[in-house]
Design a protein around this ligand. Sequence first.
Ligand SMILES: *Cc1c(COP(=O)(O)O)cnc(C)c1O
Length: 398
Amino acid sequence: MDKRKFTGSFTQQEPLSDAAINAATAVLQSGRLHRYNLTPGELGEVALLEQEFAAWQGSRYCLAVASGGQAIQISLRAAGAEANDLVLTNAFTLAPVPGAIHAVGARPILVEDDEDLRLDFDDLARKAETSGARFLLLSHMRGHLCDMDRLAELATQFKLTVIEDCAHTMGATWNGIRSGNFGLVGCFSTQTYKHINSGEGGLLTSNDPDFMARATMLSGSYMLYGRHGAGPDAEHFAEARYTMPNMSARMDALRAAILRPQIALLDENVARWNRRYLAVAAELAKSNRIVCPVRPEAEGMVGSSIQFRVPDLGEAGCREVVERARLRGVELKWFGGAEPEGFTSAHQSWRYVDRQQLPQTDRVLATLFDMRLPLTFSQRDCSLIGQIICEEVGEVRQ
Ligand SMILES: *Cc1c(COP(=O)(O)O)cnc(C)c1O
């Protein structure tokens, strides 16, 4: 009997809603695409997006910018990171994270991740102590939140300013509080492969008015910061308007227009992602060779991608799993390869970063697989994908 094949696309998003398309058309017809190109009394799409995202996120302020990477870079600078400052960050993350640290002239100190893809607190404490770093750029990589209560205690103990990279956790919670609310600032991406889609784009949220004034100036507000939707009062700009360089990283009205209707759909989409995640996970649980990261009870996850390890495999076996899955239509990413591929690269490939020894993270990544779960997949698709993975892993010798 022929083996069943999956025929869906792992990179196919859902179409934008009519509401988003109509809002985009209205912006195009107006010709006013720049965020500060407003008629008298008009707030504009970008300022409205900032208001609506701040309200949804539960934060006082929000700033829309050109990308998630820019949100992180601006946050680091606005938080006070300067050339040669040390920034603690996860060893397992995506390249824009060390890239943002590099862009401000700072130097990453990579912290080990554990088998559940969360920051290793022992290693964090050790490196915070010995390095004297003042910043932690915490990347909630692939949506796995570490114990945020304990993290907050460690940040206080070591006087760390925490910047949360929430590119994979927009909508995720820890004990009911949305990720992005546990440090100075939460950074979000609205790039196509994240949880809301404007092609490219970023958001940052904070409750600190002086930090937010600096971030706003850095984003390229000129002296037009009064036209923001969820920014601090003018008094907080007294210094920042002179001291903060303009980094030209604004969001435009077109992207904001298509993002606003998507915020209203987020909570429902989180539930839809999680049903897909659980359908795959239920199949993977039937294999005694496959291990999925533990999802803590306090975590409210967004299952927009799924990760699993096959700890008994060697390098050749891992490559074979990827190839066998591919032949049956299932696109797996493997993080153990020596060469960077597609969106994935491991810390050894970031040659602009000081070389560091991360044996635990390397051991975890050596047998780690990753897969996107777009909302265009049905739950039945997800069960089939899980079955295919189990069957193919079952065929591979150690
Ligand atoms: C996508 C991503 C970013 C950067 O977002 P862009 O909008 O693509 O710049 C940062 N961190 C992580 C973990 C990401 O996946």
